[in-house]
Design a protein around this ligand. Sequence first.
Ligand SMILES: C[S@@+](CC[C@H](N)C(=O)[O-])C[C@H]1O[C@@H](n2cnc3c(N)ncnc32)[C@H](O)[C@@H]1O
Length: 290
Amino acid sequence: MGKMHARMPKNFVLEERLERYASAIEPAPERYAGRWAEACAPLPFSTEKGAVLTDARELGRFSSVRLDLGCGKGSFLVESARRESDVLFVGMDAEPVCVAYAAQAVCEANVANAVVVPGNARKLDRYFAPGELERIYVNFPTPHPKARDARERLTYLDRLLAYRALLAPAGTLRLKTDSQPFFAFTLTQLKLAGYEVLEKSCDMRAAHPNDPVTGYEERLCAQGASVYGIFATPGPLPERVEQTAALSLMDYLPHDLDSLDYVPLGMERAVENFRNRRTKLAARALSGTR
Ligand SMILES: C[S@@+](CC[C@H](N)C(=O)[O-])C[C@H]1O[C@@H](n2cnc3c(N)ncnc32)[C@H](O)[C@@H]1O
């Protein structure tokens, strides 16, 4: 998981796991760029002449390819794959531990239309061809709240520009996050990168109650989080593309921090420091007036 969550459970031997679940892992995704839908389809079986072909196995290819970027332990990946058997779901994560867990989830669920790929979002253009992805899911991305780490966010302007090229016509980017500041920051980036927002919500669970739930979603909602979400599609590319947004996520928090009854994941320390700083300033101002 993200840097701060990359804890290896006791008795977890990574290499062993990766080997045990290797059938669900594609270690060299570059090889499949441009042909994921065919290359991963189960072997075709012969059909009677004139039959209407609908199944990936009959067609010899999946109808579309979707990427779950930063798939974590793979519960969303597996549940999505279960529901739409003609779609290939590629789960990608930069952390080998997550790749191992996600591959285990795929193997145990016995789904033929999900594959896990070790990889970094920075290199997506090597793994997929232009227009190859019908959908990119970014679920509960690592927030990187500090301005100096903003470029690491999966919805930073540069990333959104890279996704534009990989998305099929009318393809969509779908974000879910527990973080209102990350949601607000992402809206600025989508605008700068020329995306059209098709839907946005501060309560995605109410808007789409039947959508598969992600691992983090389950955990954070149990702690009181709301799910913020955005569906967006590339529109015309603006003539001038340039970063003009505030980069620290602190800038997107409500001014009245005391009204905040849920602190988004990864911002706990920042919010606490901010509150302490304010209290100190207020105390200093008060003693100055005495
Ligand atoms: C907070 S977890 C969310 C996992 C999952 N999507 C969920 O909702 O349960 C974020 C995941 O994104 C992965 N990640 C962060 N930056 C990444 C990057 N640049 N490329 C690929 N994966 C990344 C992390 O390793 C981590 O597993």
